[in-house]
Design a protein around this ligand. Structure first.
Ligand code: CP
Length: 340
């Protein structure tokens, strides 16, 4: 029996495995554009737990399951017993008996790692307080689609401007895993911690690429991709004023910043964006912006990941097998009963 693979952190995958997932994504994207998606998850289900709100992650996973022939269940805290009236262990075991794969967006990273430990089906991380791997697999795929002519991954410079968010963590780790060049530009207080840097440095030793962390905006020069994220999340509302003072105007993505990066530079954002806060409309709505291609590729990524994680372990029966069970059920239903 194949070992279950979870998708909790891109660090748990080799560069070659990530490239294999990209190949699946590319093929599935093409099949979607042709209206000819193989029904690899026919009659299968995905349990989706969301401890925080979502537009892209929820819609892309639900749509991906439907396109592949299966379906998804949206499980909202407060409406299921997760960790309140039932232990996480029991919930993981029960979901594993009914669903073929679990996706969860959890407040704390420990919740997703516990779910993966207890579940008997693949578990996918839909964002935690530490990382956002399904976002960055879509992001790097989008970068490949928009890669300047003649360049390879090893030539690509990605500059993340802003706070050390969960997206920043995953992007730093995925790009260095792929041998790319990653820069974070932020005030010192908001720069990546040493623990993240050590992971990136170990990736660089294995795969090449480089890591730069600085507070100097001159580091945007020659960037192929300029990326930013929200300056504060919902649980940081009380820090909003302090954060605006720290980031604005120096670390706001403006046309001047894009010009400093160079003509080749594309703009990316995981979304949702606070328009005219971390990025001005003049950039997000400009021809250099690829934010909606990036958002669409969340769907491409979920299709690739669902197929990659489930197809070795989940079996889809043939039409002949279904017919055999259909006949058996008809016989049961047509059985003459002795009425009491
Ligand atoms: N980028 C992202 O994860 O978007 P949602 O919060 O809408 O899922």
């Amino acid at each position: 029996m194949s070992k279950i693979r979870h998708f909790i952190d891109t660090q748990e995958f080799s560069k070659e495995e990530l490239l294999q997932i990209f190949d699946l994504m590319s093929t599935l994207k093409e099949s979607r554009k042709q209206g000819a998606i193989p029904q690899l998850l026919r009659n299968k289900s995905l349990a989706m737990i969301f401890e925080e709100p979502s537009t892209r992650t929820r819609v892309s996973f639900e749509t991906a399951m439907t396109l592949l022939g299966g379906h998804a269940l949206y499980l909202k805290p407060g409406e299921i017993h997760l960790g309140v009236r039932e232990s996480l262990f029991d919930t993981a075991k029960v979901l594993s008996r009914m669903a073929d794969v679990i996706m969860a967006r959890t407040l704390f990273h420990k919740t997703i790692t516990d779910l993966a430990e207890f579940a008997d089906v693949p578990v996918i991380n839909g964002l935690t307080d530490y990382n956002h791997p399904t976002q960055v697999i879509a992001d790097v795929f989008t970068m490949i689609e928009h890669m300047p002519f003649g360049k390879g991954l090893e030539d690509i410079k990605v500059v993340f401007i802003g706070d050390r968010t969960n997206v920043c963590s995953s992007l730093m780790h995925m790009t260095t895993k792929m041998g790319m060049h990653f820069t974070q530009i932020a005030p010192v207080k908001y720069q990546a911690p040493g623990e993240w840097v050590r992971i990136a440095e170990s990736n660089i030793r294995e795969n090449g690429g480089s890591l730069t962390i600085t507070d100097n905006m001159n580091a945007v020069e020659d960037a192929d991709f300029i990326y930013t994220d929200l300056w504060w999340w919902v649980d940081q509302e009380d820090e909003a004023e302090e954060r605006v003072a720290a980031f604005k105007p120096t670390y706001q993505v403006t046309s001047a910043v894009m010009e400093m990066a160079g003509k080749q530079a594309k703009f990316m954002h995981c979304l949702p964006a606070s328009r005219n806060v971390e990025v001005l409309d003049e950039v997000i709505d400009s021809p250099a912006s690829i934010v909606f291609d990036e958002a669409e590729n969340r769907l491409t990524a979920q299709m690739g990941l669902l197929v990659y994680l489930t197809c070795p372990t989940v079996r889809v029966g043939t039409k002949e097998e279904e017919e055999k069970y259909h006949e058996k059920i008809e016989q049961i239903l047509n059985r003459e009963l002795i009425m009491m």
